[in-house]
Design a protein around this ligand. Structure first.
Ligand code: FRU
Length: 491
């Protein structure tokens, strides 16, 4: 093990002790110490789920990337393990970027990640070079492969950029061979997803350009994932520098999905629909896993590149993952619902049926808290706006409000305690019948995830409101009738 990795392991173990578990999310994975971004190597390996992540332990801002590590049996309770990768060799000295994991037939765990190094360009300036590298291990310790890097600019299609070639996501096919998708910047200036193939996990060959950005959904794409679900193929990726299109792609940088079919003869993804993967503020770089019982589950980094470097004050940890979400494809939409294991955390059920709120605000007995599962069924009615406010006290509140005449659901964290001019609001178009709408809000101390109409759309946002702001209130402009079921979610 290199001194760089040993130092990171010592540092995280010492510093973690200064962070109280009560000042972290209860059931979302957060950085052990310092900074976290993308989920990496999300997999089920030898009886446990493993989650690695982009990690810089020494600061609450991005720095030379390591891989942090945690394991879980239910995807909700996580135990930290020592960091597994540090930028400590020539081909990754500028960072160990995002990647993935598979189990080899001999039981070893294979990681593939992007090694970033620097070279002198023709104009004398230093520029990054990205290649793909392997590490092999046992679920705790990993050795970088002696023949790294295994994919370089020699393995790109003509015109592919050696500066932007990253984020390999590999999987094993039923016949025992492996496939991998990675992103690359094409000469024409747009992102593209490349498909690779391997017989043994160590030797890889380029197959095809699977999908291209074609001047829409941002410029460069990052963190691809490809899987079959409900008779379709789904290509997930995250786009940089997006232009908004209607109510889609408002986040600057954001995760999206394409639904269609991989044409194996041409190696092309034949698209049928594309949408944002989340309509809130904080969701990027998701990865999926196939659970042993056959569910496709997705976890994203619950942050936004445009706001994550403006946080203040400096904290001992920064960055958390989203809830694990079970996925389904229906009518060209990727439905997302909270992992069903979350139901086991439900305590203290409180139900209020057919409550009417009229021209003002109300609270309901037993409905408060910051680790909460809140189901709201709104009836058809005569109201201009309905809102639910949470993480609330005299000084703070965050809210979700619905205007049926515009069919718009808005999330607003302006009064959540942020002291920065970052984005605080997002709007999503939602389907409803005369104001009838279903919402499920999951609160976990420093975040809210709003599942709309059984997962047709999701809006996620982080908030950093003091934990004693734990009131929940309902509001209507007009007269709205709704039913609420609330559970406290246990640690
Ligand atoms: C996406 C990303 C990846 C890269 C990593 C670096 O959030 O930019 O493309 O591998 O973060 O930390």
């Amino acid at each position: 093990m290199s001194q760089t990795l040993r130092d990171a392991r010592t540092y995280e173990e010492q510093r973690e002790r200064f962070i109280s578990p009560l000042n972290r999310p209860a059931f979302h994975l957060s950085a052990r110490v310092g900074w976290m971004n993308d989920p990496n190597g999300f997999c089920y390996y030898q009886g446990k789920y493993h989650m690695f992540y982009q990690y810089y332990p020494y600061d609450s801002h991005w720095g030379p990337m390591h891989w942090g590590h945690a394991v879980s049996r239910d995807l909700l309770h996580w135990a930290y393990l020592p960091a597994v990768l540090a930028p400590d060799v020539s081909y990754d000295h500028a960072g160990c970027f995002s990647g993935s994991a598979v189990e080899l037939p001999d039981g070893q765990h294979l990681l593939m990640y992007t090694g970033v190094s620097r070279e002198m360009a023709d104009n004398g300036a230093l520029r990054d070079v990205q290649t793909q590298a392997l590490a092999v291990g046992d679920g705790v310790n990993y050795r970088k492969y002696q023949h790294n890097p295994v994919l370089t600019s020699d393995d790109l299609p003509p015109g592919g950029s050696r500066v932007h070639f990253r984020d390999p996501k590999m999987w094993r096919e039923a016949d025992g061979s492996y496939r991998m998708v990675a992103v690359n910047l094409a000469e024409k200036g747009g992102g593209q997803v490349l498909l690779y193939r391997s017989e043994d996990g160590y030797h890889w060959a380029f197959v095809s350009v699977l999908a291209e950005n074609r001047d829409r959904i941002g410029v460069m794409w990052e963190c691809p994932d490809l899987f079959s679900l409900d008779g379709k193929d789904v290509l997930l990726a995250s786009a940089q520098d997006m232009l908004p299109k209607g109510f889609e792609y408002h986040n600057g940088n954001g995760a999206f999905y394409l639904i269609g079919r991989v044409d194996h003869a041409s190696g092309r993804f034949l698209e049928e629909s594309d949408h944002a993967a989340d309509y809130g503020i904080d969701f990027y770089a998701p990865q999926t896993v196939l659970t042993p019982d056959g569910r496709r589950v997705m976890i994203g980094w619950m942050q936004n590149w445009d706001t994550c470097n403006l946080h203040t004050p400096s904290t001992a940890w920064f960055g958390q993952m989203s809830l694990p979400r079970e996925l389904h494809v229906k009518n060209g939409i990727l439905y997302q619902t909270p992992l069903r294991e979350l139901d086991a955390l439900r305590r203290e059920r409180v139900e209020h049926r057919d409550v009417t709120v009229e021209n003002g605000e109300m609270t309901l007995p037993g409905v408060s808290g910051r680790t909460v599962d809140l189901e709201i069924a709104l009836e058809a009615g005569d109201y201009a706006r309905f809102a639910v406010w949470f993480a609330k006290n005299r000084d703070y509140h965050t809210g979700v409000s619905f205007r049926p005449h515009e069919s718009v659901l808005k999330i607003d964290r302006k009064f959540s305690g942020s002291r920065r001019a970052i984005i605080h609001q997002r709007r999503a178009k939602v389907r409803h019948e005369h104001g009838r709408l279903k919402l499920r809000l999951i609160l976990d101390r420093y975040s809210v995830e709003v599942f709309i109409n059984d997962g047709e759309k999701v809006m996620s946002a982080t908030l950093y409101t003091e934990l004693n702001a734990d009131e929940i209130a309902f509001f209507a402009d007009g007269k709205a009738t709704f039913s609420v079921t609330k559970y406290t979610l246990a640690d």
